[in-house]
Ligand binder design. Structure first.
Ligand code: HEM
Ligand SMILES: *[C@@H]1O[C@H](CO)[C@@H](O)[C@H](O)[C@H]1NC(C)=O
Ligand SMILES: *[C@@H]1O[C@H](CO)[C@@H](O)[C@H](O)[C@H]1NC(C)=O
Ligand SMILES: *[C@@H]1O[C@H](CO)[C@@H](O)[C@H](O)[C@H]1NC(C)=O
Length: 327
């Protein structure tokens, strides 16, 4: 009799692990922390707001941090891990090194959350919520963030080196988005994040002096913008880290000016202006340049999609106590 019920227990357990737990494990929930950390949203919002009051650019930097997290082995906070003797992080990858910012703000939010609700909120969820807050607090759209991501225990410098580059053609960037389960439309929509923040001269300099090896400037760059950029980024290496706003018209406001600029040949990065080279993406750029409300609606949808890439849920991964290190 006892033998039989043990068998039954075993059967139920196996059935659960093989068939049901994978279903549960792929889920995120809007109310995930409602009982375990009820003040989560308020704590993240207050900290992002005060960081923005000290440094307006930090909104852009936190938004980019979430993108660089999700595109490299999923939204698992791998981007936050420091190098150790046994783990090679992503911070020294080419697209990240001397470029990613905002790690200290994430540390501050994590410290506040460890005080309010210890070992409860993942660093991956903090990155996702902080990204939403930066957009909302910059006068952009609001959306609800599904939660329950867990933190990874690995990182991938090589995948980070494979992040979309500003020197790649739109076909290559689109292929990278599709390889992450996103679509061509998401390239048009999420590129609109470049309505905030800055780029260093080296990330667009070839457009000013030697476009495609021509020895000339990029013909698809507005002449007066070109003149301003040449002043900011003279043709010598010591100007490489000077900063130009990605959207010079309304730099700290989340709006559709990025698309208006592109329509006017005033996209900063080669990859921004190159969106017009794909007819599907170009028609979306035109729509968003005229209809901010369409851009806001689609941006919220694409951000939620991006925030689901490769997430760890259920019992996979861990809740780090320090976002920079595996427990
Ligand atoms: C489509 C392909 C993309 C390319 C090629 C690209 C490339 C770049 C480059 C080169 C910079 C300047 C970095 C520097 O000079 O230090 C930058 C900045 C930025 N990117 Fe992107 N990006 C892309 C997509 C995205 C996406 C999907 C987001 C977010 C949803 C995003 C958000 C940002 C933000 C906010 C900044 C400014 C960061 C700051 O000021 O700290 N980008 N991007
Ligand atoms: C929630 O967090 C905010 C910001 O840190 C704080 O002002 C507020 O008092 C907190 N509320 C509760 C109920 O803890
Ligand atoms: C674009 O992708 C193609 C095919 O994968 C590759 O051969 C080419 O080097 C890429 N171009 C750039 C500029 O990265
Ligand atoms: C784009 O160009 C048009 C026509 O020259 C001008 O009226 C408009 O203000 C420009 N928009 C931006 C965002 O520069």
């Amino acid at each position: 009799m006892e033998f039989k019920s043990n068998n039954m227990l075993l059967f139920v357990s196996i059935f659960w692990f093989v068939f049901l737990s994978p279903l549960v494990n792929c889920q995120l929930y809007y109310n995930f922390y409602d009982t375990t950390c009820p003040n989560l949203t308020g704590i993240v919002r207050d900290n992002v707001r005060s960081a923005m009051a000290k440094d307006a650019r930090i909104a852009a930097s936190l938004l980019r941090l979430h993108f660089h997290d999700c595109f490299v082995i999923g939204c698992d906070a791998s981007v936050l891990l420091d190098d150790t003797g046994t783990l090679k992080g992503e911070k020294n990858a080419l697209p990240n090194k001397n470029s990613l910012r905002g790690f200290e703000v994430i540390d501050t939010i994590k410290a506040a959350l460890e005080k309010a609700c210890p070992s409860t909120v993942s660093c991956a969820d903090i990155l996702t919520l902080a990204a939403r807050e930066t957009v909302y607090l910059s006068k952009g759209p609001f959306w609800y963030v599904p939660l329950g991501r867990r933190d990874g225990t690995t990182a991938s410098e090589s995948e980070a080196n494979n992040l979309p580059s500003p020197f790649e053609p739109v076909e290559n960037i689109t292929a990278k988005f599709i390889s992450k389960g996103l679509e061509k439309k998401d390239v048009a929509v999420l590129s609109g994040a470049h309505t905030l923040g800055f780029a260093q001269c080296f990330s667009f300099k070839p457009r000013l002096f030697d476009f495609g090896g021509s020895g000339k400037s990029d013909p698809s760059l507005d002449v007066s913008l070109l003149q301003n950029l040449v002043k900011l980024c003279p043709n010598q290496a010591d100007s490489d880290t000077n900063l130009a706003p990605l959207d010079p018209v309304t730099t700290n406001t989340f709006d559709n000016m990025y698309y208006k600029n592109i329509v006017n040949n005033s996209g900063l990065l080669q990859s921004d202006q190159a969106l017009l080279g794909d007819s599907t993406i170009a028609s979306l750029v035109n729509v968003y340049s005229k209809w901010p409300i369409m851009f806001f609606r689609d941006f919220a949808v694409s951000m939620e999609k991006m925030s689901r890439i490769g997430v760890l849920t259920g019992s996979r991964g861990q809740i780090r106590t320090n976002c920079r290190a595996v427990n």
